[in-house]
Design a protein around this ligand. Structure first.
Ligand code: PGA
Ligand code: ZN
Length: 421
């Protein structure tokens, strides 16, 4: 049973405060989890609680969320069986009482939820991925590695937020990491020799002063080729335009490019890019409130492109069901802090898998050294993960954890590869 719950304020990868929680069981087993934070958040995400005191951390302190952990949440879950994750999570949801966890804070609730499962795994002396997924958990995800950052994650004019590479042709996860790292460093050299900045953005990808997606895609494609890999066969390209960020008054406003595109023109542009470049997956190709656009793009290209819903679903099983019923998107991005408990996260993953939607486990742009999502990607058979670039320890920590998991699984490990996307 849970005997102690300890919350504290720590820093995330952007240097902003975030919540960390320790859950200690009666037998002494301990779990620790730190909560991530987004920058281009969906409108319907669970609400992270921030102090709003401008004199401290520019208003971003989380001392009230930490107090919620140490006070009411600790009181409510102490004595509960840590193996009964659903009961722990339902108890916190009921105590909060709001639909979006805004009263106690989704950051407070998620910290307790994830620390609980990690304590339960520790009590059984099981690695987290096996505690969550059982002995059958052995699928290593294809990483979508974000090597060029734009949008809300960088200060360059690039309208699209993420340009990623997916080493689908690798035989193992470790080889996928090697391929990604090689392309990352090749890209660095070619940017430098073209006179571009090689500084990195929030997710560790380069953030040169590109104004158009074509320019970024051209550099990425060349870096794949120059590294000796076959575009489309060994490595494919994935995009996250994060389109909700530049959809205004019914049009897509490409401010960096200095032009607007109508919904139809935006769809045509995405389709055209996916024909000119070896693009296999586009996340948030349409804005969260452009459901009509989502439906049209899915009908047009959903048979050959993975279309991943991030903002449009917010890891919410009910919103995902609306997409499945309405025929839009064919994959879901899963961010634990968008919904705020492990139990609801698992419901979203299973809802997607039952409907034949693909699942991409995901970090946030504000991360920590916490590697829980690496284990969840394997434990929940996600098949894909996006956790940033091949730089910044907050990103590589997840890749490193997956390397350890692959090593531990030994010959039973399977790399998802092409089948994943
Ligand atoms: P965020 O961005 O974590 O800043 O919301 C990630 C994404 O849009 O996928
Ligand atoms: Zn996204």
């Amino acid at each position: 049973a849970i005997s102690r719950v300890i919350g504290r304020q720590v820093l995330d990868s952007r240097g902003n405060p975030t919540v960390e929680v320790d859950v200690v069981l009666a037998d002494g087993a301990t779990g620790r989890a730190a909560v991530p934070s987004g920058a281009s958040t969906g409108a319907n995400e669970a609400v992270e609680r921030r102090d709003g005191d401008p004199a401290r951390f520019h208003g971003k302190g989380v001392t009230e969320a930490v107090a919620a952990v140490n006070g009411p949440l600790a009181a409510a879950v102490t004595g509960l069986d840590a193996e009964n994750q659903a009961l722990v999570d339902e108890t916190m949801i009921a105590l909060d009482g709001t639909a979006d966890k805004r009263r106690l804070g989704a950051n407070a609730i998620l910290g307790v939820s994830l620390a609980t499962v990690k304590a339960a795994a520790a009590a059984h002396r099981q690695p987290l991925y096996r505690y969550v997924g059982g002995v059958g958990a052995r699928l290593l995800p294809v990483p979508m590695m974000n090597i060029v950052n734009g949008g809300a994650h960088a200060d360059n004019p690039l309208d699209f937020q993420e340009f990623m590479i997916a080493p689908v042709g690798a035989p193992t996860f470790a080889e996928a990491v090697r391929m990604g790292s090689e392309v990352f460093h090749t890209l660095r050299r070619s940017l430098a020799s073209a006179g571009h900045s090689t500084n990195v953005g929030d997710e560790g990808g380069f953030a040169p002063d590109f104004a158009t997606a074509e320019e970024a895609l051209t550099f990425v494609l060349r870096a794949v080729e120059d590294s000796g890999y076959r575009p489309g066969a060994d490595i494919t390209i994935c995009l996250d335009p994060a389109s909700s960020e530049f959809y205004r008054d019914g049009v897509y406003d490409y401010a960096g490019e200095g032009r607007k595109r109508s919904v139809d023109e935006h769809i045509e542009y995405l389709v055209e890019l996916s024909e000119r470049f070896p693009i296999t997956s586009i996340e948030d190709p349409m804005a969260e409130d452009d459901i009509d656009g989502w439906t049209r793009l899915t009908a047009r290209a959903g048979d050959r492109l993975q279309l991943v819903g991030d903002d449009v679903f917010c890891t919410d099983p009910a919103r995902l069901r609306a997409g499945i019923d309405g025929g839009y998107a064919n994959a879901v991005l899963v961010k634990v802090n968008q919904i705020g408990t492990l139990t609801e996260t698992i419901e979203t993953v299973r809802t997607a898998q039952r409907a034949g939607y693909r699942v991409v486990m995901s970090h946030r742009s504000g991360e920590t050294e916490d590697t829980t999502i690496a284990d969840l990607a394997v434990g929940l058979d996600c098949g894909q993960i996006k956790t940033g670039s091949l730089s910044r320890s907050d990103r590589t920590a997840k890749y490193n954890q997956l390397l350890r998991i692959e090593e531990e699984l030994g010959s039973s490990a399977r790399y998802a590869g092409r089948a994943a996307s």
